[in-house]
Design a protein. Structure first.
Length: 375
């Protein structure tokens, strides 16, 4: 996700940052890069599962992955956003690393749907994100409110309350996918509250030993729930009433989903390699994998591939499809693709801003205005 990674941050006291906290990109945390790469693979593969016929087993696996992959993604985004304090340099990177990619890819995806799906009336609206671009808009909102959450005494309970109220509020409109922004907010705030020692706990051997049983139990529960519970809950983009439940079910499900997602995220992170692997370097390019894989999935769907190739709906076909998508998104995260997309994912907008005041150039733990977009 991030272009650079910071080490330790507390509340926004930017004058206490150490030299180690401002480490250069070559000292990136391999653990975080490994986690981001594995999560982007899960995101892409889960999107592929949406377009093939769902059996109870595949639906259960789908629900299990959706229960934690975006929460984990967002928790890491919050963790890597802890240094954001609205400084000029951080605001510039917020624009170049989030706003510009959002505008470019929201427009590109809308045009792609118009012509590839033969829907010429599909609107191009920056207020109504389509498909996966919602995350960039959400990240912008979460990031600009970071200083407020950092100064609150009890930010996580408040964020959970906001999410619970949103889940019981069907009147929330679709602008900027606000329902999803609010329901996912607690995960970002939780990331802001984390410290390196918290992540160190999940790397402990005992956590790794417990991870497999946790996923086994969660998988069994997902199999049971696959035919009994509305899967729309795991998307966090609808109110309880829109899912056919009473309003009070929303806050209960929000709390339950948060607890389950946190447990699964801990189990997932416990299984992530701590040291450099063959895919560690790909963690720096996950923004490219995230933004590009949608064209592959939707393009195949619009071309009728999943209708013409019937065996893709069989168990072996789903395995082949998952492997193909995993390989494709891996290639999309490579340095070559990152360099090609740099003009839109990391544009140089120095021409658009005033020169940074000298007082704002004090060393900080890398501002990471783009941290969340690379998961």
């Amino acid at each position: 996700m991030p272009q650079e990674q910071n080490a330790v941050l507390g509340p926004p006291d930017l004058h206490t940052v150490t030299r180690r906290q401002a480490a250069p990109a070559e000292e990136r945390d391999a653990f975080l890069d490994n986690a981001k790469y594995l999560l982007i693979v899960l995101v892409a593969v889960a999107h592929a599962w949406e377009v093939v016929e769902a059996t109870r087993a595949t639906k259960a696996l789908y629900v299990l992955v959706y229960a934690f992959h975006m929460p984990a993604f967002i928790i890491l985004s919050g963790y890597l956003s802890r240094s954001f304090a609205g400084r000029p340099r951080q605001l510039r990177r917020l624009v170049s690393g989030i706003v510009v990619p959002y505008v470019v890819f929201e427009t590109a995806y809308s045009l792609f749907k118009r012509y590839a799906d033969d829907t010429p009336d599909h609107p191009i609206s920056l207020l109504d994100p389509w498909f996966l671009t919602w995350f960039l808009g959400a990240l912008f909102i979460w990031r600009v409110t970071t200083p407020l959450w950092q100064w609150l005494r009890h930010p996580l309970p408040l964020a959970l309350a906001v999410a619970a109220l949103a889940s019981a509020s069907p009147a929330i409109g679709e602008d900027l996918n606000l329902q999803r922004v609010l329901q996912f907010l607690p995960y970002f705030v939780l990331g802001l509250c984390l410290k390196p020692e918290h992540l160190a706990l999940v790397r402990h051997r005992r956590a790794r030993l417990l991870a497999a049983p946790v996923f086994a139990v969660a998988g069994g529960f997902a199999y049971w729930a696959a035919t009994r519970v509305e899967t729309g809950w795991v998307f966090r983009n609808s109110s309880a009433q829109e899912l056919g439940a009473a309003w009070w079910v929303g806050p209960l499900m929000t709390t339950a989903l948060f607890g389950g997602a946190l447990l699964l995220t801990v189990a997932f992170l416990a299984l992530v390699p701590k040291h450099r692997t063959w895919f560690t370097a790909l963690g720096a390019g996950t923004i490219c994998g995230y933004l590009l894989h949608g064209f592959l999935i939707k393009g195949a769907e619009y071309a009728g591939l999943f209708e013409r190739v019937g065996w893709l709906h069989d168990p072996l076909g789903k395995v082949v499809l998952s492997a193909a998508v995993a390989i494709a998104v891996t290639l999309m995260c490579t340095p070559l693709v990152r360099r090609v997309l740099k003009p839109v994912t990391e544009p140089d907008l120095s021409w658009a801003f005033h020169k940074e005041p000298a007082r704002d150039r004090t060393p900080t733990a890398v501002s990471l205005a783009r941290a969340g977009t690379r998961s």
